[in-house]
Ligand binder design. Structure first.
Ligand code: SF4
Length: 297
């Protein structure tokens, strides 16, 4: 197997409880020590990895927690930079703001060592225009720090209306907007077609600054592969390595609670070609018009 990218969740602990969080089943698991995680960039380089995307959760509002998270994120980014591995960070607006303040006096800026910095925007965290403009303001500050690219991860879930006008507003401050759907799928196949049609009408597919969830496009037969097929593997807080970011247990590869095991593990693993994905079964509506998810996990 020859993946070029790792997606890393070093902790499942988080002060937020967002809808559809796929780290939920991992809360309380035996997490790898942060000092071990810091060995990952050096080990990844020897395994031919070019990029590591790491998610920084919300450590809660206690300044001491936030401080530790910022220090770890900074150390990890610096390790990637030393090894010439591209670092992507995904986080929420609050943490992005703390990282920005943490970095204020640093030169060169931490942000200049990040390839893509993504801020999650979903209905539970950004319910209205006031919150949206706060996110945009934070993005505006970060954009002045020599960052590679700023991306907004817009999560579509059952509880929120899709606000196409927000997508355009976000593009004034972000280089790209990644439109991600909640998993397991909360919609029926017909509903997806309707959403995809509206996206088309709003010119989403014509503008390459919008990136639509490849899982959805794959499941609907509109593209030939998903995240899992060849280029990216996921590492969970307990060191489990899997071929799919969302559906860890369906595509297991092994475990790296010792980071040094990663190159051999990837070497011995066959390339995985997902031709279908049961994690993304569509919701079906029964005779009583009640929804049930046909997903078995
Ligand atoms: S295996 Fe399924 S959920 Fe995972 S990345 Fe591929 S389509 Fe998405």
């Amino acid at each position: 197997m020859n993946p070029k990218m790792l997606s890393v969740h070093y902790t499942a602990e988080c002060a937020k409880r967002c809808a559809g969080c796929y780290l939920e089943p991992l809360r309380g698991c035996n997490e790898i020590d942060k000092s071990e995680w810091l060995k990952l960039p050096t080990v990844a380089l020897s395994a031919g990895i070019e990029k590591i995307a790491i998610a920084v959760n919300d450590p809660g509002l206690k300044p001491v927690n936030v401080g530790y998270e910022c220090i770890f994120a900074a150390d990890f980014i610096n390790e990637c930079s030393k090894n010439k591995i591209k670092a992507d960070i995904t986080t929420i607006a609050d943490v992005a703001n703390y990282l920005y303040m943490y970095d204020l006096n640093d030169s060169p800026s931490l942000f200049s060592k990040i390839d893509v910095f993504s801020i999650s925007v979903d209905h539970s965290k950004v319910p209205g225009l006031r919150e949206l403009s706060r996110v945009c303001k934070i993005a505006e500050g970060i954009s002045k720090k020599g960052i590679g690219s700023l991306n907004a991860n817009f999560l579509i879930n059952r509880n929120g209306k899709i606000k196409f006008e927000w997508f355009r507003e976000l593009l004034k401050y972000f280089n790209t907007v990644h439109i991600i759907f909640e998993k397991p799928f909360p919609y029926s196949k017909d509903e997806y077609y309707t959403i995809i049609e509206s996206m088309d009408k709003h010119g989403i597919f014509e503008d390459e600054r919008f990136i639509v969830d490849p899982c959805v496009l794959f499941r609907m037969g509109l593209v030939n592969n998903c995240h899992s097929c060849s280029y990216m593997v996921d590492i969970s807080p307990n060191g489990d390595v899997a071929g799919c970011v969302y559906s860890h247990c369906n595509y297991p590869i092994g475990n790296v609670n010792k980071m040094e095991d990663l190159p051999d593990l990837l070497e011995q693993t066959e390339e995985m070609l997902v031709t279908n994905c049961d994690f993304l079964e569509f919701v079906t509506i029964n005779e009583n018009n009640e929804e049930r998810c046909s997903n078995s996990h």
